[in-house]
Write a protein that binds this ligand. Structure first.
Ligand code: ZN
Length: 307
């Protein structure tokens, strides 16, 4: 069987909250249940959105929860050379182009076409393969993408998109010179030999774009499992945007017990008083994500934790 290499790849835009812990735990258990390796990568691509100290806080929280990663943590902020090389290759192959359209021009075009925002890109600059004398973003041309392009998600089933009509030529390097998430994630997943990606359902929508990049760059497509969104009692998604509380490291065992219960496992209550490592060991043996299949929302198991 293929070696299983999984990963948890948080963005350091805030401390770990219950929703992101759930993703970490699910990817950890899936990797360990399959005798795999579990890596942690810091997706620190967007400095303006990052909070100083968040990366270290995430790592120390993972450690406190017994989520000990294999190998060294990889930081995307240190890997711009790799991303730049891929952008260069795609430009050379005329699969990407320089785009000088302003936000206003694109909005006007969308308005004329009666499109809702966000509009699909009209292809204006598609022939621009050498650098213009003004700031530009770099877009990937999708006109040759197979349609539809899809994945067989382990949890969400078949998911397809027509990149030409649903997405349009998308940005791989922004005007402010930041690399797009899709590009960096695909390159690092390949470079780290990631075989299985377990992550939140909010990224399902962008997966066909990543698959297209994998095809163009000659990378193997990993297996995907997109976890349901975790919601609180009021039905609100737990995210940094809704100000979900950072998880404490004073009651790791209780929080972890709740996390694996939320993921559909039935841990004995006696485990609530065991160290995190013992809970994860139990979870690794018991791991079976069948309760999450075709589920898009799950309620956080409430214990003493106020999420
Ligand atoms: Zn353009």
């Amino acid at each position: 069987m293929q070696n299983y290499i999984g990963r948890f790849a948080p963005s350091p835009t805030g401390p770990l909250h219950f929703g992101s812990l759930l993703t970490a735990v699910a990817s950890y258990l899936d990797a360990k249940h399959n005798s795999g390796t579990w890596l942690v990568r810091m997706d620190d691509l967007d400095p303006p959105r990052e909070i100083p100290g968040a990366a270290d806080s995430i790592l120390s929280t993972l450690d406190a929860y017994g989520l000990h990663w294999d190998g060294k943590v990889v930081y995307q902020s240190q890997r711009h050379d790799l991303y730049e090389a891929a952008v260069h290759l795609l430009l050379t192959n005329k699969q990407a182009f320089y785009c000088t359209c302003s936000r206003k021009q694109l909005a006007e075009h969308a308005h004329q076409q009666g499109q809702q925002t966000p509009p699909t890109y009209p292809g204006t600059c598609r022939e621009q393969h050498s650098p213009p004398n003004m700031p530009s973003s770099i877009r990937l041309a999708v006109e040759d993408a197979q349609h539809p392009i899809g994945i067989n998600d382990q949890l969400q089933g078949r998911f397809c998109q027509n990149l030409i009509t649903d997405v349009g030529d998308f940005i791989i390097k922004r005007k402010d010179l930041l690399y797009a998430y899709h590009l960096a994630a695909v390159i690092d997943d390949h470079w780290q030999k990631i075989s299985h990606i377990v992550r939140g359902i909010d990224l399902l929508d962008s997966t066909p774009r990543q698959c297209y990049l994998q095809q163009l760059l000659g990378f193997k497509e990993p297996h995907y499992a997109h976890l349901p969104v975790v919601v609180n009692n009021q039905g609100q998604k737990l995210s940094k945007q809704t100000f979900a509380q950072a998880i404490e490291t004073t009651q790791c065992s209780l929080v972890l017990w709740s996390a694996i219960s939320t993921l559909g496992l039935k841990p004995p209550t006696s485990l609530q008083h065991e160290p995190p490592e013992a809970i994860l060991k139990w979870g690794t043996l018991a791991w079976n994500p069948k309760a999450l299949i075709n589920v898009t929302r799950i309620n956080a198991t409430q214990l003493t934790i106020d999420v």
